[in-house]
Design a protein around this ligand. Structure first.
Ligand SMILES: NC(=O)c1ccc[n+]([C@@H]2O[C@H](COP(=O)([O-])OP(=O)(O)OC[C@H]3O[C@@H](n4cnc5c(N)ncnc54)[C@H](O)[C@@H]3O)[C@@H](O)[C@H]2O)c1
Length: 419
């Protein structure tokens, strides 16, 4: 029988456990989601009819603090995916030493088929359904695929009316006018960017090296701009419909404009730019490949075609464990999701801190803190990988698991005696 997504993800936990002397209780605690709630949301459509949508919220593990993780609106969302993403959040927050556990949520919906008013009603319905589960000290959502600051703003507003007080720290990734943090919009890409720049010597890349980016949404577009701004050559980008490829380098600003107007492929045919199928991006000749779309897009069927020497996982889980083994054999360095895309949750943490203290930082302060956090954790993980001769992914899991194990033990024995 085929493994579920969560079972696949758990193989990383078993792998990391081999390098630590852990109590069996620790693994038992981390092997299962603590709490997953499933709700059917009823939403009034503009034509007066009612439609229902399946929705979930998972709090995977809260040993290190309130659970934290985004809400995804996607037609293929499933409980298995939500629990897997929540598992990854647990490790990501531990990698970055944030005082959080891991959570995630989703609605099974294609948001492109909804009007803005329907999208607002759906977002409010989500918060009505899960208001008892979330909370600034319990579970703190954020944006993920096909959700954004506007949606977080509606959800924060709904939560405030339910609890009867302003409570901005319940959700992050909000509009700046509602207590959002400066620097949250490009934080995921910026974290990955700081990491690459910090490890340039070790990775053998530098401005002038070529980059291909799979997925051209929040994470992908910001990464393209940041890398191009310091002189990296972006040779290919893709979205769900096409890959745009130009070996001499794309004009990133022109590509961003075309994407904003929803006509990415309109650039093909001029200046040596070709439009190719979306999957082509994986095999593009380049130095750095940046998956920034969905899970499992690099798998057994195409991992052999990867030409890059470095893969920076801005997406969550873009490489299957089988593909990971193939890349490792090919000496391709993978900077794993739980480290490379942790800039998003890190600036979400800053947003939560600012909301709670009621005092806000400048964008310069945010960038400085993020750069320092990425460099400290990135360096520790890089050194661990080198010293133990393991992949950077395994090292990131070992780094996080050590922190989780310490916290599980520090909680004492109460849970041991409880049923
Ligand atoms: N936004 C964040 O702060 C954040 C933080 C951490 C991780 N991530 C992860 O980054 C990834 C992207 O998230 P986002 O926020 O940028 O989402 P987004 O909705 O802004 O963008 C997703 C992009 O992926 C593209 N896409 C979808 N299917 C594709 C396919 N088969 N091939 C190529 N492109 C495809 C879409 O066209 C879109 O351009 C996800 O895995 C998400 O979990 C996001």
């Amino acid at each position: 029988m085929e493994k579920s997504q969560l079972e696949q993800a758990l193989t990383r936990l078993d792998d990391a456990a081999r390098y630590l002397d852990l109590d069996a209780d620790v693994l038992e605690k981390l092997k299962y989601p603590r709490e997953t709630t499933k709700m059917r949301l009823m939403v009034r459509m503009d034509d007066g009819s009612r439609k229902s949508f399946m929705a979930w919220r998972c709090r995977y593990d809260d040993t290190r603090g309130p659970t934290k993780g985004g809400i995804r609106f996607h037609p293929q969302a499933s409980m298995d995916e939500v629990e897997t993403l929540a598992f990854w959040m647990t490790f990501k927050c531990a990698v970055m030493n944030l005082p959080y556990g891991g959570g995630k949520g989703a609605v099974q919906v294609d948001p492109h088929l909804l009007s803005k008013a329907e999208l607002e009603r759906l977002s409010r319905a989500y918060m009505q359904a899960f208001a008892n589960i979330v909370g600034p000290d319990r579970d703190i959502p954020a944006p993920d695929v096909y959700t954004n600051a506007m949606i977080m703003g509606w959800m924060a507003d709904e939560y405030a009316s339910i609890v009867g007080r302003n409570s901005p720290a319940v959700i992050t990734g909000k509009p700046i006018s509602l207590g959002g943090s400066l620097g949250r919009d490009d934080a995921t890409a910026r974290g990955g960017f700081y990491l690459v720049r910090h490890l340039e010597k070790e990775l053998g890349v530098a401005p002038g090296s070529t980059v291909a980016i799979q997925g051209f949404g929040n994470a992908g577009t910001h990464m393209a701009r940041l890398m191009a701004d310091v002189g990296y050559k972006v040779v290919a980008v893709s979205d769900s419909r096409a890959t745009l490829y130009c070996p001499d380098g794309l004009d990133v600003e022109a590509v961003l404009e075309a994407k904003a107007a929803n006509r990415l492929t309109s650039l093909a045919g001029s200046n040596g730019i070709e439009a190719l199928p979306p999957d082509y991006i994986v095999s593009v000749p380049c130095d750095v490949l940046v998956p920034a779309a969905m899970e499992d897009l690099i798998n057994e069927s195409n991992a052999d075609e990867v030409k890059a020497r470095v893969v920076v996982e801005l997406a969550n889980g873009p490489i299957t464990p089988e593909a990971d083994a193939i890349l490792f054999k090919k000496n391709i360095v993978v900077l794993p999701d739980i480290l490379a895309n942790a800039g998003g949750v890190t600036v979400s943490y800053y947003e939560w801190v600012q909301n709670r203290q009621g005092f806000y930082w400048t964008v310069g302060e945010i960038h400085q803190r993020l750069k320092s956090n990425m460099e400290v954790e990135g360096r520790a993980i890089w050194n661990l990988a080198r010293d133990k001769n393991i992949s950077v992914r395994s090292a990131a899991y070992v780094h996080a698991l050590g922190r989780l194990a310490e916290a599980i033990e520090a909680h004492g024995t109460q849970q041991y005696f409880a049923s």
